[in-house]
Design a protein around this ligand. Sequence first.
Ligand SMILES: [Fe+2]
Length: 338
Amino acid sequence: MRRPLLALVAAAAVLTAVPALAQEVNIYNSRHYSSDRQLWDLFTRQTGIKVNVIDGEFDALVTRLKSEGARSPADVMIAVDAGRLAAAAGDGIFQPMQVPEVTATIPAHLRDPNDLWFGFSVRARVFIVPKTLAAADTPTSYESLADPRFRGQVLMRSGTNIYSLGLTSSVIAARGETAAETWARGVVANFARPPRGGDTDQIRAVAAGEGKIAVSNTYYFGHLGRSSRPEDKALVDSLRVVFPNQDDRGTHVNVSGVGITRTAPNLANARKLVAFFASPEAQRYLADVNMEYPANPNVAAHPFLRELGGFKADQLNAAAFASTNATARRVNERAGWN
Ligand SMILES: [Fe+2]
């Protein structure tokens, strides 16, 4: 009994010796899960720093931050998709993070080359096909989605969606703009139906027999995989995941990520929070909450994702494909991918 009491007395002495500075950090967050509170609480327990979160749509938060200017309370900004992070970086919203824990643990292709943001979790853009689809009838690359033998089989969301822009950007990086447009035309010609709905809708459409190949981010399949609804379980059991381009550049991956704002009033705390995001504990949480892959390669993915098997990811820097999103938008538009 004596020892904890002594420790308490010592802690109280330290607390009274330190001036009562408000230790806090403010997050502008466009990726919201109610369970994130657990993660912020863990950070507060580890560091004593209080976490304040303002949730909102990414564009609205950027507008708000800009209008607040130098007086903005925002220290860090969280977003899904490298395209959004890169756009914010281009707007001069971020400052170099200078957090050694990030550079030491997060692979270079998931970090902005100017250190303005990094991806803390990874989603792969894959094909979901019926388990019964023969290997010979299964596309193995994004390029092959444009092959006439897949006429009427491809299900994809709108070409204006940010995930579609990221994918087209990765094809532009690999093949050039002209070839990417030819590719997009071929893919559109193979659509089972005009794009509608999100990735989950494409997966459900394959299960319903509307087409044979859904293009989806891995976590949407993961959400169905951990669903307790028997009909979702049956759906997942009837389908399998194909990781495209395993024989060449690898599967296109995108990120959820974070950057430190240029005007961060609590810069030191922001750096601590960002370092925390790269830690194994937070990596485990940040990835699992949305069924994404941890960015830190030393942290294992959720068992459901591990069961899908390992895969080779395209090492193209997330900032590089994000930077051609505007070109990708024009390419998709010209190709009639609406
Ligand atoms: Fe999503």
